[in-house]
Ligand binder design. Structure first.
Ligand code: B12
Ligand code: SF4
Length: 523
């Protein structure tokens, strides 16, 4: 049978990184089937195009996965496919929480023939076999013999064949420049960001987050050896293609078990499996100097930190009191000293936010080492404790906000500002943090670092700007380039004629062509 796995586009980030679930389920599909993958971010298709594709390719089963914000599109695509007579199975965090919505049991239309609840590592092979035998059930859940929910072990995690997977749609180097860039340095003909999972689960239970509910508070890890082998596979592929490969460790809290993460990072270093990587780690876990040394030495470049707010009262409200705003600066300095920078994520529209929260937050951000600040609004995702709290107190203004997804729009009323004010705060945050002046300042603040770092922060800021100000076409990009022409010219001049100011930092070039960490702790 031919199976299509489809991920709807999110309308923002295009093809920046493939979605792991598709490759994972493909690797878990029983032998004898052909699995096709379409990520709508890389291959945009509307309802009629996908229906035509399913007919022409003689697809016998379609699997669709989506987060809440993409679910409306996912349902539309599912409806079009089901109209061709092909069964649709849906999975992922949204339908896990609202299975009845997908199955049309809540009074609305039906979109899926079946839903896979929770982690589908063990149920997916069963789903495929049931379709072959004409016995597809409506709901699949990972349960043990006693009927109790069971979280799959990651010990049997399959090998994802990154060496042979077609990743053409995820090359971030424009086709027009690829041939030339392949010859530059170690080769820049391709640049891909690939998701790698080393573990699942986070016990912290922040009020707005679905992770603790979905993956459970039991944390599970893959073996160090398997993760290291995956990195080696990716590294080999990059070398073969004369390109670059970066990894996004998609674990929700990569350092949740500090002893274990240190042992993984040491094994990566020992195996020379370093690639540049980004990961999510909560600020409280970054107090550990040895951990930060290992992060830098193993290839860590960007750490995503859910700071959420600089107001302890807000943090307490959303059960994230373990974040201590007073230590944010020290955490970021500790990273920056090793040339690791942070994606700092903030949420506005919290209950204790008052007018001017964006400027107050930015005032602090400006005193920190340069990074990538991002701003969002508190969003009640289905089945989270936050959703329940707001529902109970009658504060949801759009209880089914996902039916008509609007980016950066509140779905409830904050307590101390209006919805409109919350929207204005987010807009202000993005406008200020990504203005040409702020970009120039971020580049300048790294003036004692090698040129590569300044180019890096500049390009990263340009890309992140697109999260709020979509830069989908060439015209949008040209406009941004024009606005930032002074910084661009300065960097170009420096690339050709060198720099006459401060010398580069003493950090040395390491074996994979980047800055080495100061100390590599021994085992
Ligand atoms: C990586 C990631 C991203 C990436 C996405 C890009 C990418 N290419 O992967 C980035 C960083 C861009 C991102 C952004 C956002 N994310 Co995000 N992200 C994740 C993260 C950390 C990992 C996803 C992942 O790969 N997991 C590993 C795979 C194996 O798990 P999985 O996808 O759940 O798949 C399993 C099951 O769900 C199931 N399954 C999934 N799909 C399907 C389909 C079928 C057919 C079947 C049978 C089974 C099945 O089987 C899989 C194997 O068990 C998750 C948290 C998490 N740990 O999952 C959050 C998560 C998915 N993100 C979340 C959110 C809220 C967001 C944002 C909206 C945040 C924001 N406020 O901006 C944005 C949206 C941006 C956008 N424009 O899309 C929420 C979604 C909750 C929800 N109800 O929708 C999550 C769960 C985290 C959270 N804090 O709650 N995210
Ligand atoms: S620390 Fe992060 S992953 Fe863990 S519950 Fe809080 S927001 Fe979710």
């Amino acid at each position: 049978m031919r199976i299509l796995l489809y991920n709807p586009d999110n309308g923002v980030t295009r093809n920046f990184m493939p979605h792991l679930w598709m490759f994972l389920l493909k690797a878990l599909t029983p032998a004898g089937h052909e699995v096709l993958l379409i990520d709508g971010n890389a291959q945009p298709m509307d309802e009629s195009q996908i229906a035509q594709y399913v007919r022409e390719q003689n697809v016998g089963l379609v699997g669709i996965g989506a987060m809440t914000r993409m679910i409306a599109k996912a349902y539309r695509i599912a409806d079009a496919i089901r109209a061709t007579g092909v069964p649709v199975v849906m999975g992922g965090p949204h339908v896990t929480e609202l299975a009845d919505e997908a199955l049309g049991r809540d009074g609305g239309p039906r979109h899926a023939d079946a839903v896979a609840l929770g982690e589908a590592d063990e149920t997916w092979p069963q789903i495929v076999n049931d379709v072959v035998n004409g016995q597809l059930k409506e709901k699949y859940a990972p349960i043990d013999d006693m009927g109790k929910e069971r979280k799959p072990s990651l010990k049997r995690y399959p090998v994802i064949p990154w060496d042979s997977i077609d990743l053409d749609q995820f090359n971030l180097v424009p086709k027009s420049a690829a041939a030339l860039l392949r010859r530059v340095g170690e080769g820049w003909g391709t640049f891909r960001i690939v998701p790698v999972e080393s573990g699942r689960g986070c016990p912290y239970g922040c009020e707005f987050c679905t992770v603790t509910g979905f993956f459970g508070d039991s944390i599970r890890f893959r073996s160090n050896e398997r993760v290291v082998n995956e990195l080696l596979l990716l590294k080999a592929r990059a070398r073969k293609e004369r390109g670059q490969m970066a990894v996004f460790f998609i674990d929700d809290n990569f350092a949740i078990n500090v002893k274990r993460i240190k042992s993984l990072l040491r094994d990566i270093i020992a195996a020379k499996a370093q690639v540049h990587w980004v990961a999510q780690i909560s600020a409280n876990l970054l107090r550990d100097e040895e951990l930060v040394d290992l992060i830098a030495a193993s290839g860590g470049k960007w750490i995503f930190i859910g700071m959420e707010s600089i107001d302890p009262a807000n943090l307490k409200d959303v059960n994230k009191g373990f974040n201590k705003p007073g230590e944010y600066a020290a955490v970021l300095e500790r990273l920056a000293q090793r040339n690791v920078y942070a994606i700092t994520s903030f949420i506005f529209g919290m209950d204790n936010d008052t007018s001017g929260v964006a400027e107050r937050t930015l005032a602090q951000v400006r005193t920190w080492p340069p990074g990538l600040p991002i701003f969002g609004l508190l969003t009640p995702l289905p089945a989270t404790p936050l959703y329940k709290r707001l529902e109970t107190s009658g504060r949801l203004t759009r209880p089914k906000h996902w039916e008509e997804f609007i980016p950066f729009a509140m779905a409830h009323t904050p307590l101390k500002i209006t919805v409109e004010e919350a929207h204005a705060e987010v807009k202000y945050g993005w406008e200020q943090a990504y203005s040409p002046e702020s970009l120039a300042q971020a580049v300048e603040s790294l003036s004692n670092q090698p040129l590569g770092y300044r180019i890096n922060i500049f390009l990263a800021r340009l890309c992140f700007r697109g999260i709020y100000f979509p830069m989908m076409g060439k015209v949008a990009w040209l406009r941004v380039v024009a606005q930032n022409r002074h910084t661009i010219l300065k960097l170009v001049r420096e690339a050709f004629f060198g720099r006459k100011t401060l010398p580069a930092s003493p950090a040395a070039q390491d074996t994979y062509g980047e800055i080495a960490a100061p100390n590599v702790p021994a085992k």
